[in-house]
Design a protein. Structure first.
Length: 517
């Protein structure tokens, strides 16, 4: 197929392991949704033990190491008493478990736990391998700690990971993910000196939420090609805007890819320049409104932005970003603690912000196509695809529902990178707000799914009223057949909420069509 590849959702191969190098958003979503986690790789566990020996050597030599021999944040200059043992670490966990707000859903906390286990296996924390093993055991047992929604600004999920630490070390509570969970809760681990900050120093929750948003939006962007193709058929829209010659003249790869996928879905990929069909009876148009004509130019950049986020996550999900980074000097073979700013998640924020704005652009055109399908001059049907009863409303209200969801997307697409804050007595004079970008990206994905669901209901309704069935051998024809099987054919005025819910659920199937990706 011509053009750039679209969003792809890889499945975890059989026997895959956690090794700090190969985690992707699809695996995060799979485990977050209840699948068992991959087992930790023995070599990665051995590397964790090797790094723990470096941390213990540093402690034995009296090295000044942030968070291990000192306080944290504004208290970085305060020394930890040698006689305190692990008392400082337990107090650090207790004091930092101060998040506020409603508890996060199990899905998001499970994503955090998997990401943190994988980060630890990257081998820079100085923690022992039993921590990674215990986190994956909790995932298998379907238990998670209570994590309040607010507590971070994109420079480390300290409050969330403090809750995880307290549960691991026997000072917190495990909550079942589901009714049959909790029978194999992992045994509590002892707290060792230096364990607390090594566990806290991570953006695992932000990364987990970002991975879920990446996965969910990847599904929707793929399905968006299918829904748009059905709307094009329903309105007898011209295929000229999708012709290879048009996109060869203005060759943005992602835009070319979006146009090519629509052609393949409709079975017109071999047509060099499609002849516009006769407009429906009672209509007359030379070209179509933007929603039908500019889909490639809006949707292509969204798939491109999704690919950018996927690239950022492929790095961030598989990196040791603990501050300080514990290890061994490659030249001297001596233990080292490297203090740094790798936790400053600016690349992630910018990738999430970019994707949010790009999805807003294509969601606007989805809502525009929905509105267009309600216009008699585009379909030759009654206003809002109403039946023949007097002054029927048809799908009128879906235009409002989609507009409401679109307003939510517009709010969520406001760039998080515009934020500013100064914390810790001026020591931390900036933040990335990746946490906020991740959280709003999940909200944005939920709203976008509903807009596409509204459009799909309208497209199927219009095709039914026109008595037009897509060619069954085409991918669009197979998608229509599935939608027609699931969606109520009744055209009288009635509530359409369940129809949209059903249509929104079908998007996962549409996204799996090879032609949609």
């Amino acid at each position: 197929m011509a053009g750039a590849p679209g969003p792809a959702r890889s499945a975890r191969p059989p026997g895959a392991v956690l090794d700090g190098r190969g985690l992707d958003a699809a695996t995060v979503a799979s485990v977050a949704d209840g699948a068992p986690p991959p087992p930790p790789h023995p070599a990665a566990l051995k590397a964790m033990e090797h790094t723990r020996r470096a941390a213990r050597r540093l402690a034995a030599e009296g090295a000044r190491v942030y968070g291990r021999s000192t306080g944290v944040g504004a208290h970085r200059g305060l020394a930890v008493e040698e006689s305190d043992g692990a008392g400082h670490d337990l107090r650090l966990l207790l004091s930092h478990a101060g998040g506020v707000g409603e508890p996060l859903p199990a899905r998001e906390v499970r994503a955090m736990m998997l990401v943190r286990a994988n980060q630890l296996l990257a081998g820079g924390s100085g923690l022992g391998p039993e921590i990674a093993v215990a986190v994956t055991a909790a995932l298998r047992a379907h238990v998670h700690p209570r994590v309040p929604e607010y507590g971070a600004v994109g420079t480390g999920d300290l409050t969330a990971l403090a809750e995880l630490g307290l549960a691991l070390f026997g000072h917190g509570t495990w909550i079942p993910d589901r009714a049959d969970a909790g029978h194999r809760i992992p045994a509590s681990l002892p707290v060792h000196r230096g364990d607390a900050l090594a566990l806290l120093s991570s953006s695992a929750l932000t990364l987990g939420q970002s991975a879920l948003a990446c996965h969910d939006l990847g599904v929707l962007l793929s399905a968006g090609h299918v829904v748009a193709a059905l709307s094009l058929l329903a309105a007898d829209a011209s295929m000229e805007p999708y012709a290879p010659a048009v996109h060869a003249a203005h060759p943005h790869p992602a835009v070319q890819g979006a146009a090519a996928r629509v052609r393949v879905l409709l079975g017109t990929d071999e047509v060099p320049l499609a002849v516009p069909p006769e407009p429906p009876v009672g209509t007359s148009r030379v070209q179509d409104p933007y929603g039908f004509r500019c889909f490639p130019q809006a949707h292509g950049p969204a798939t491109e932005a999704w690919e950018s986020l996927e690239r950022v996550l492929s790095i961030d999900l598989n990196s040791a970003t603990e501050n300080p980074l514990i290890g061994w000097d490659a030249t001297t073979r001596e233990p080292v603690a490297l203090h740094h700013g790798g936790f400053f998640t600016a690349p992630l924020t910018l990738a999430l912000d970019q994707l949010g704005l790009a999805v807003l652009g294509t969601a606007r055109l989805s809502a525009a196509r929905l509105s267009g399908l309600g216009r008699p001059e585009l379909t030759g049907l009654r206003s809002y695809l109403a039946d023949t009863t007097s002054a029927g409303s048809g799908m009128m209200i879906l235009e409002y529902s989609a507009a409401s969801a679109l307003a939510e997307i517009q709010l969520c697409a406001t760039p998080a990178a515009l934020g500013h804050v100064v914390l810790s007595q001026g020591m931390e004079e900036a933040a990335t707000f990746a946490t906020q970008a991740a959280r709003t990206s999940l909200r944005l994905a939920r709203a976008y799914r509903l807009i596409l669901g509204c459009e799909l209901v309208a497209a199927v309704r219009a095709l039914r009223l026109r008595g037009r069935v897509p060619r069954p051998e085409t991918p669009a024809g197979r998608a229509y057949a599935r939608a027609a099987d699931e969606l109520d054919p009744e055209m009288r005025d009635r509530p359409l909420t369940d129809d949209v819910t059903t249509a929104a659920a079908l998007l996962d199937e549409f996204a799996a069509l090879p032609a949609a990706r």
